[in-house]
Design a protein around this ligand. Structure first.
Ligand code: PLP
Length: 445
């Protein structure tokens, strides 16, 4: 009873850097594109895991950002997903970049020169000396700091630093509260650091904060912006030319999450900006979104290596379920591969679907495991799936953030391979943006 997939065909391919991008005449759904790849693999008897990147979705996310927060320029956080095609698409659309290491700076300004140095912020408050010299060599001047030691280092190893003071403004409900590791106290420490920088003759150009990754309380952005205003005033008194406000990351990647959305955040941010950083002030307002851009365009598909009938009790841990049929599935990608976000707790909403659904199937309680010998290699503790057989594909949407970048070869299992697609309208939009930007030294489109 398997539905014969009636799948569209790509009109042509476009080479973007080293990647082959499938171009479709009209808008292409990520599930359908993954079905096309899965179908092709079935024909070739190739069961290796794969992920798909839908650049049309990335374009939509960028347009949504500009619509919701027109005053805030995104500096995409490269660490989240550094697929070259994602980086070059965002560069062409007009994004800046948050780089945290020498290699990340090279990805943006190395051979491909995706943008110019002023569109980069070296957004790590703890910097190896060699990385500071490297930033200097590349012409990257904007850098964050949150402690005095860093000021001495930067003074010694950079010829023209433009410092951004990171303060700790944390959403206590965030999946990753970065405040334990980064950010100075905005009331007690930050004013002292502004003063110290002035004494050392270092220019502080602004304030940054990151409310935490996987945040749920949009009002935290408002609190951060208010703190930043107070510190702008203190900095100005000390003679710093305060112009840059960086409202960090934390924007949700999955638009089906109802707790927080870009719309809700934008309401808070736009209101606070109008109040504390009005347009007439000519401020440069930036943000460092990571998961917001990377999550939705990427889907992961893995093949079922083993399908084992068990009793539901083993999954639910309820003795009353000892007579209920359930299944354990073992895939050829897992939490030491593309599902690494699961261990790092960065992808709370992992949920699978059969890539090729069948009609009217009974659902069973199921657990989904990865391929390695580790008992932590568990992708889904408990879900509901129809009975799936060996060789069938499980499909996971919203998988682009903190996944591919964290994948390892543990146990010798093959890493998933990427496939890329776009629709003609989105491609034309990217190309039109490229034409409008003569300042780009070279881009891949
Ligand atoms: N900026 C900095 C300094 C970060 O550490 C991170 C993530 O850890 C980000 C931006 C991106 O955060 P998110 O993916 O929550 O937007």
């Amino acid at each position: 009873s398997r539905k014969k997939p009636d799948l569209p065909k790509a009109a042509y391919y476009e080479r973007i850097g080293n990647s082959k991008v499938f171009v479709f005449k009209s808008s292409i759904n990520s599930t359908v594109f993954s079905q096309i790849i899965g179908n092709d693999k079935n024909r070739k008897n190739d069961d290796s895991p794969f992920y798909t990147v839908n650049l049309g979705t990335l374009v939509s996310k960028f347009q949504e950002w500009q619509r919701e927060m027109p005053r805030v320029k995104p500096f995409y956080s490269v660490k989240t997903n550094n697929e070259p095609v994602i980086l070059s698409t965002l560069a062409t659309l007009g994004s800046g970049f948050d780089c945290a290491s020498k290699n990340e700076m090279n990805m943006i300004l190395g051979n491909n020169k995706l943008t110019t140095p002023e569109n980069i912020i070296f957004a790590h408050t703890i910097k190896p000396e060699k990385f500071i010299s490297h930033a200097d060599k590349m012409g990257i001047n904007k850098m964050t700091f949150d402690n005095e030691e860093e000021l001495y280092k930067v003074k010694k190893f950079h010829s023209n630093p433009r410092m951004v003071l990171r303060i700790n403004v944390s959403d206590q409900t965030a999946a990753h509260k970065l405040g334990a590791k980064f950010g100075s106290n905005p009331i007690t420490d930050a004013p002292k650091l502004l003063k110290k920088a002035a004494e050392l003759g270092l220019e502080v150009i602004g304030i940054s904060f990151h409310i935490g990754s996987g945040a749920t309380k949009e009002e935290t952005y408002g609190i951060g912006i208010k703190y930043a205003r107070d510190l702008f005033d203190k900095g100005l008194e000390l003679g710093h030319n305060m112009t840059l406000l960086d409202i960090g990351g934390g924007y949700p990647g999955n638009d089906t999450d109802e707790e927080i959305s870009l719309q809700k955040i934008a309401k808070v941010v736009n209101t606070a900006l109008d109040k504390y950083f009005p347009e007439s002030g000519n401020y440069e307002i930036i943000a460092e979104p990571g998961r917001y851009f990377a999550t939705a365009p990427v889907s992961v598909t893995a093949n079922i290596v083993s399908s084992v009938e068990i009793k539901a009790e083993r999954i639910t841990k309820k003795p009353t379920d000892s007579n209920i049929t359930a299944y354990s599935y073992y895939l050829n990608d897992g939490v030491y591969g593309t599902f690494a976000c699961k261990v790092a707790d960065f992808c709370p909403t992992i949920s699978s679907f059969p890539l090729f659904p069948k009609n009217n199937q009974t659902q069973y309680i199921s657990a989904v495991w990865g391929p390695t010998c580790s008992d932590s290699d568990l992708i889904e503790e408990q879900t509901n799936l129809p009975h799936m057989e060996v060789g069938e594909w499980l499909y996971y949407p919203y998988m682009g953030a903190y996944s591919i970048v964290l994948a390892t070869d543990f146990n010798g299992f093959e890493r998933a391979k990427g496939y890329y697609c776009i629709d003609e309208k989105s491609l034309q939009y990217i190309k039109s943006r490229k034409a409008a930007k003569s300042d780009l030294l070279s881009v891949l489109f």
